[in-house]
Write a protein that binds this ligand. Structure first.
Ligand code: ZN
Length: 138
């Protein structure tokens, strides 16, 4: 299978960071709802404060993700593979728990490559080797 690569080490780090933040959000949302449900059911004020704290952390993570994800672009089609887009997905694109982004984030973290949901191309989360110095012909 032919794999494309990311243009620089900076992009590699960026992709990983955006993926971790996205994964954090997907873990935070159900746990926040869980804590809210528990605190309401138990009438426990301490848990209600924890729930408020979790909501604040989730909101901050969503804002960070929203700001930084626009720079994590697919090297082939230049679509932001880790942010929500209304664009048509590739016919082979699949979801993970109903989310294309979550699938991309998980494969960046656990498999070190991702399949862009928009163009369907595989990209390794590695920097491209430096181009060879251009030969001079006299
Ligand atoms: Zn793409």
């Amino acid at each position: 299978m032919k794999m494309h690569r990311l243009p620089s080490q900076y992009t590699v780090t960026h992709f990983k960071f955006v993926s971790w933040v996205l994964l954090l959000i997907y873990l935070m949302i159900p746990s926040t709802f869980g804590v809210i449900g528990y605190s309401v059911a138990m009438q426990n004020h301490e848990f209600m404060q924890i729930a408020l704290g979790l909501i604040a952390v989730t909101v901050i993570a969503v804002i960070i993700q929203w700001v930084i994800s626009w720079r994590a672009r697919c090297p082939i089609c230049h679509t932001t593979a880790l942010s929500h887009q209304g664009c048509t997905k590739h016919r082979n694109a699949r979801t993970f728990f109903g989310s294309y982004r979550l699938r991309v984030a998980c494969s960046v973290i656990f498999k070190q490559w991702f399949c862009c949901p928009y163009c369907g191309e595989h990209t390794a989360v590695q920097a491209r080797p430096r181009p060879l110095p251009r030969l001079k012909y006299h």
